[in-house]
Design a binder for this molecule. Structure first.
Ligand code: ADP
Ligand code: MG
Length: 498
């Protein structure tokens, strides 16, 4: 087509039809630009390619790194943190337990009434409280006093029928989604704050100690029975509902996974072997990286300009914080080099993180014949109007490539965990069922991402192994899971003699 157009331009120029020549030249120019846009797209698609063979290499690399991280401290990019959770809920838990879920600008307090095998969760109540911004950069005492006083107010709403047994202390599970060096099931020191928190005097302190002191200052009689990461809480919540749950994955703003490991398969664990023979490992898999990951120039630029360059590479290709930003970077290149939005690059498009994953997800799911949602998002977020349908289709393609790669890589990560557990294949007709609990806003709301992730899992595992593996949404596991872990690590559990 390019050749025909050039020929036509020559004929017109010879005919001294200046106006017509101008129009035709313009067409040549714009079709050249469109070709450039398509070539950027094609190259991006190729670089993001995740054929099964590549995903299997990623899964194998994940398994290898898991071994290395379990062998020695600092042995791998995967921290493979020992959670000290060696007892997951069984369903027998009974009594009234509290949980506190602190992981962002809001925290939640929960009260769960557990009725044992028969009655399960009898009642569940929660309250969400936002943290005033000045407390996120103030002193540790102020922050924890605020949290403890909200907790005390919530405890005061206990009804007459909801009481801990006389003479017993209330017990709480504390979900704390910041990097912690865990020192026991109920203690751990804060390595650093993230997500906008900068309370300097908490760093290096035992966060359970800080919370406990504030609870005492608030005049509350309550013991922190378990300190857990949100993946570990989700795993506990998932296991409570389904005994086959062996791993939990969070796909939200960030991404992480936890799973149940055999205690004797953790060389770096020098403590006593737990009675259960099991230990939950918080993988911190967001920091996984491998030469098999399909990294592009856009990922490299995103990483270089991030707050933590060189870190969390897997997370930067998968999670909700970044997918929209990758799309923006590709569109920016197309705007600069192929003028897809006209001669000037739209100023808003140049602003990092302006395009969020819920926006690209909405565009990706647009089913209207003229892609109305895409047009609206472009207008509202990027102040871009008058786009052609052809261009809107191109933008949906970019969203699709980014989401597909993220979803397929997360499936490969899950296969890596199943491989580590020897549950990725069926051995001698053995029918051991395994389930993976999933949670997080990306998994919950980005339907195409979720569907692609699940389909890829079946693709990688094959038909026979897939029959024994289930994926389930563990709604709100991190909150209720912490209450369940407070129950399974209660100081009142009788020591069972064999
Ligand atoms: P967090 O990971 O911070 O605990 P969530 O699990 O609630 O929080 O996940 C929130 C993330 O989920 C958002 O940052 C966003 O990336 C993603 N998300 C939320 N809604 C949607 C949506 N409709 N489509 C795609 N992604 C979404
Ligand atoms: Mg969360």
């Amino acid at each position: 087509m390019g050749k025909v157009a050039v020929g036509a331009a020559v004929v017109c120029a010879a005919a001294v039809c200046a106006a017509a020549a101008l129009v035709v030249r313009h067409r040549i120019k714009s079709s050249g630009k469109w070709a450039r846009a398509l070539s950027i797209l094609t190259e991006f698609e190729e670089k993001c390619g995740t054929p099964s063979s590549k995903l299997k290499q990623v899964a194998d690399a994940m398994t290898v790194e898991m071994h290395a991280g379990l062998a020695s401290e600092g042995g791998s990019k995967l921290k493979m943190i020992i959670s000290y959770v060696d007892n997951l809920p069984t369903g027998d838990e009974k009594g009234l337990f509290y949980a506190l879920d602190l992981g962002g600008t809001n925290f939640r307090v929960l009260r769960v009434h557990l009725g044992g095998k028969e009655s399960r969760v009898v009642k569940q109540e929660f309250e969400e409280v936002s943290i005033p911004p000045h407390l996120m950069t103030g002193s540790s005492d102020e922050l924890f006093d605020y949290i403890a006083s909200a907790l005390a107010k919530f405890v005061a709403t206990e009804s007459d029928s909801q009481h801990v047994s006389p003479g017993r202390q209330r017990e709480l599970g504390f979900t704390f989604s910041f990097p912690v060096r865990q020192t026991s099931i109920s203690s751990g020191t804060l390595i650093k704050w993230t997500k906008g928190f900068a309370v300097e005097d908490t760093v290096g302190q035992d966060v359970v100690g800080e919370l406990t002191k504030a609870i005492e200052r608030a005049g509350l009689d309550m013991r922190v029975a378990a300190l857990v990461n949100d993946t570990v809480g989700t795993l506990a919540g998932g296991r409570y509902n389904n005994p086959d749950v062996a791993a939990a994955v969070i796909l939200g703003t960030g991404t992480n996974a936890a799973y149940v490991e055999r205690a004797h398969a953790i060389p770096k664990w020098h403590g006593l072997l737990p009675k259960s023979g099991e230990m939950v490992i918080n993988m911190e898999w967001g920091n996984f990286r491998s030469s098999h990951l399909p990294l592009t120039e856009y990922d490299q630029a995103l990483d270089a300009g991030s707050l933590n360059p060189g870190e969390q590479i897997f997370e930067k290709m998968i999670s909700g914080m970044y997918l929209g930003e990758i799309v923006r970077r590709v569109l920016c290149k197309m705007a600069e080099e192929a003028a897809i939005f006209g001669d000037a690059v739209p100023p808003k498009l140049k602003i990092p993180f302006i395009l969020r994953t819920p926006h690209t997800s909405a565009m990706h799911h647009d089913t209207s014949p003229d892609l109305k949602v895409v047009a609206t998002k472009l207008k509202d977020i990027l102040e871009i109007s008058n786009t052609s349908l052809k261009l809107r289709k191109l933008i949906v393609e970019v969203c699709d490539i980014v989401a597909t790669r993220g979803a397929r890589l997360s499936a490969a990560g899950i296969v890596g965990i199943l491989k580590k557990l020897g549950r990725d294949t069926v051995k001698d007709g053995e029918k051991q069922k395994s389930a993976v609990a999933l949670d997080g806003g990306l998994y919950e709301h980005y339907t195409k991402f979720r569907t692609c992730m699940e389909n890829t899992l079946w693709e990688l595992l094959g038909e026979e192994a897939s029959e024994n593996i289930a994926v389930e949404h563990s709604m709100d596991g991190s909150g209720i899971g912490a209450a369940l872990l407070a129950a399974s690590h209660s100081q009142y559990i009788e020591v069972e003699e064999p």
